[in-house]
Design a protein around this ligand. Structure first.
Ligand code: HPA
Length: 279
């Protein structure tokens, strides 16, 4: 192991040890990452122990709009869970190893399933603002978080990315969504670094290559989770129509994204709760 690998793994271990020291020995089965405006799910967590990121040794702080900075440990749908209320984005200026640090901390805590959520722009013409979309695959246009020395204790140098989004969990979501009477889409999430929204020409290009959703997060977490063998479920809330025409109207606005996500958060939270209950 070279020095930087030791530094990274040591930092992850210390953070996990700190969280475990506050939550006791029972392992969380499920990890959850709550995207912009989606923090409401945290209210569903019972017997919650709230651990601010600033209390965790070596853990970065979230600065993005609509993101708090807490690990919330407790129980949801009868299962032990740990949620990140507020994620770290590459556009905030953190290196990828810090953007994804929470996922590796979850792995050390014992997490086997990761539920990730985000606010995204819709490029698929069938999507309306407020719709929920099961992420079935992604196109990564951000730097890969596994670049650098491989963390062998977490996973292999060249991890497989077929079925990155667990097929059984997608099926479970579709079935539960049907029971709840919500119309769930399935789509491909296209991730770029941000923080600029896309130009109309970019939106048309991304649609052409297979994107249904555009966003600035999630993919680094999913790659790191798959690297260490965590099964992943991803869901986007369509908070706006992506800008595909060059007309003087901005379809994207940070505050509106957070507001729309807040409206959809209730349905998504209930869906997550029922899915976790069924695990
Ligand atoms: N583009 C990129 N990221 C986003 C968008 C968008 O339109 N909406 C919410 N996050």
């Amino acid at each position: 192991m070279n020095r930087s690998t030791e530094e990274i793994t040591g930092r992850i271990s210390r953070a996990a040890e700190y969280i475990a020291s506050r939550t006791g020995s029972e392992k969380p089965l499920v990890g959850i990452v709550l995207g912009s405006g989606l923090g409401k799910l945290a209210e569903q967590i019972q017997d919650a122990e709230i651990i601010p990121y600033r209390d965790i040794p070596g853990f970065p702080l979230s600065t993005a709009t609509g993101h708090k900075g807490n690990f919330i440990c407790g129980r949801i749908g009868g299962k032990r869970a740990v949620a990140m209320q507020g994620r770290l984005h590459f556009y905030e200026g953190y290196p990828m190893e810090l953007v994804t640090m929470g996922i590796r901390v979850m792995k050390l805590l014992g997490v086997e399933f990761l539920f990730v959520s985000n606010a995204a722009g819709g490029v698929n013409a069938d999507y309306k603002v407020g719709d929920l979309v099961i992420i079935k695959d992604h196109i990564n246009m951000m730097p890969n978080p596994l670049i650098g020395p491989n963390l062998d204790s977490f996973g292999p140098r060249f991890p497989d990315m077929t079925c990155a989004y667990d097929l059984e969990l997608q099926q479970l979501a579709a079935q539960i969504g049907l029971g709840m009477g919500i119309n769930l889409h399935k789509g491909v999430y296209f991730g770029s670094t941000g923080p600029t929204y896309e130009t109309p020409a970019e939106v048309r290009f991304f649609r052409e290559v297979g994107a249904d959703l555009l966003g600035m997060s999630t993919i680094p977490e999913v790659i790191v989770a798959r690297h260490c063998g965590i099964r992943v479920f991803g869901m986007s809330v369509v908070t706006n129509e992506a800008n595909s025409r060059n007309i003087p109207r901005n379809f994207n606005d940070g505050d509106d994204v957070v507001k729309q996500a807040g409206i959809a958060a209730e349905r998504m939270s209930e869906l997550f709760r029922r899915m976790i209950e069924a695990l």
